[in-house]
Design a binder for this molecule. Structure first.
Ligand SMILES: [Zn+2]
Length: 249
């Protein structure tokens, strides 16, 4: 994701707000507690993964065949020209990930057809960030805590960005979760990306998955695969079963 440093006092408290009310979840590693009863998982095909929206962030597209072989629903590279030419934007220079409110961009229409056909329970959109200090997630879906649980589960495996930021929003501990108010402003701007579109159009939680571009390619691929696998494992049962047994927040 392209980032710029914009400080805003109005949103400065967002990170601490996001941190409130979340009970700690013990790591699976080293825990001696009796494991809970297995939770029925959704089929992997109900988890959609997109990559290659930004053509100069190759790991997100390169990992898709591996994820597809595991049973996940994949689509990409979403920006095939950019991927082939190692360019962030489309052939005309526009940023695909700021174009999802438009109806005249073929690459947008292709992703929308994929999502409409699949109607996934979760979407993960894979990216790289040249400025990140570690892996992090941007979660669209302010009522969900999935992003925080994924990061906690992976904290022993990967370096996590302690203070991720995107545009005017900052997060902490590897999770950036815009509030409903911020998401409303983004919608009004008509200048939004794939993950926001999927959240808005399908009403599902979506995660933008970011990792440092400076990581070796093998590590970037492994990060993406582990985030997808972990998010699927933590997604829980289909909604009808989840209603009576929602995870603690
Ligand atoms: Zn990106």
């Amino acid at each position: 994701m392209q980032r710029r440093s914009v400080l805003t006092s109005a949103l400065g408290a967002l990170g601490s707000l996001l941190a409130a009310g979340c009970a700690p979840v013990p790591s699976a590693r080293g825990s001696t507690a009796t494991p809970p009863a297995p939770t029925p998982l959704r089929p992997r095909s109900e988890v959609a993964v997109t990559g290659g929206v930004h053509g100069d962030e190759p790991s997100g597209a390169l990992v898709l065949p591996e994820l597809e072989a595991l049973g996940f629903a994949t689509f990409g590279p979403c920006n095939p020209w950019g991927f082939a030419h190692h360019k962030r934007g489309l052939a005309d220079g526009r940023d695909l990930n700021r174009s999802f409110a438009r109806d005249d961009v073929p690459e947008v229409a292709a992703v929308q057809r994929f999502l409409e056909a699949r109607r996934p329970a979760l979407l993960l959109d894979l990216h790289e960030d040249r400025d990140a200090a570690g892996g992090y997630l941007i979660q669209h879906g302010p009522d969900d805590d999935l992003g925080r649980r994924v990061i906690r589960a992976l904290g022993d495996e990967f370096a996590i960005d302690p203070e991720p930021s995107f545009l005017v929003v900052t997060g902490e501990d590897g999770v950036l979760r815009p509030s409903a108010a911020v998401l409303g402003v983004v919608e009004l701007s008509r200048f939004y990306g794939l993950a926001f579109h999927a959240w808005l159009a399908l009403g599902i939680t979506t995660l933008v998955v970011e990792c440092p571009r400076g990581w070796p390619l093998a590590d970037r691929l492994r990060w993406h695969r582990r985030v997808v696998e972990t998010a699927h494992a933590l997604l829980g049962p289909p909604r009808a079963e989840a209603l009576g047994a929602r995870p603690p927040r």
